[in-house]
Design a protein around this ligand. Sequence first.
Ligand code: ZN
Length: 316
Amino acid sequence: MNRKAFIRRGAAWVMGAVVSTPAAFASSGGREHYMDIPSSIETVEIGGIKIHGIMTGLVKVKRSHRNQSLGISAIIVDPSWTAWMPIYTWLIEHPEGLILIDTGENAKVNDKNYFKCDQINGFVYRTILRFKVKKNQELPAQLKKLGFSTDDIRWVVLTHLHLDHVDGVQFFPNAEFLLSSVENRQPTGNVPCLLPTWFAPRTIDYQAISLAGFDNGFYLTQAKDIVLLPTPGHTYGHQSVLFLNNESPVLFAGDATFDQEQLLKDKVAGISADKKAARDTLKRIRTLGSDTPLIYLPSHDPYSATRLVQSSSLVV
Ligand SMILES: [Zn+2]
């Protein structure tokens, strides 16, 4: 083969590789295990209840945002990015009503004027976050695929107010939103003007409960199988959702950590509003995981949906 033909064939191979790589991951760049994020919807039945992991797009952040660092100023000047990470929301088909955990992103997040209502926060977010979100990844389209409309959702639990968790709030004017009262009072890194004017969440104050690692929580369901747990650190009022059942309890952990490895290795992310509280939260979750076979599902862990489908629990 002459040199020109070789180069042509090489170019064709490269193009072929790009074409055959799912568009979402084509420029993911970073660690290889981030390449196998399951797409769209993964469904499993645990304890007789169906749970869906719904990916509403991809996000990447600065490495100093995800890893240990000095905080926001270090993050802004950091030139290095993580690989693309999923933005998961979770739907529980509970007999007492459909429960949605977080609302994910919307496709408009990349519009030029998206942050025009808050230029300062907009500048910060444009500097520290990158998104890939398509219209068909927004929740209304994905819920429709599951046979539901947005009006079918009874409760939307928000883990916290960061935009990749609340930019889909607009789609659920008829749901009851649940937010921790601390997050409502003392949010960090949120952009209030992006939320619909009708948004008025029910704020949650936790009560004494008795669970390994946790002495406070809020039972959402009459069956007492869905428990909101305070997991502060990422933000002051961050909360997680625990689904108790006789098979494998599931913890929908929001941004308590970016992935399971950070939990097991006790790594607190640079973006944390309160690193001491974040470390205490990780300890509590590990205690819970040592007491029961806990499936741990952070919102941005590329392996979360796989662990859910395989009922793969923490080994603490
Ligand atoms: Zn967050």
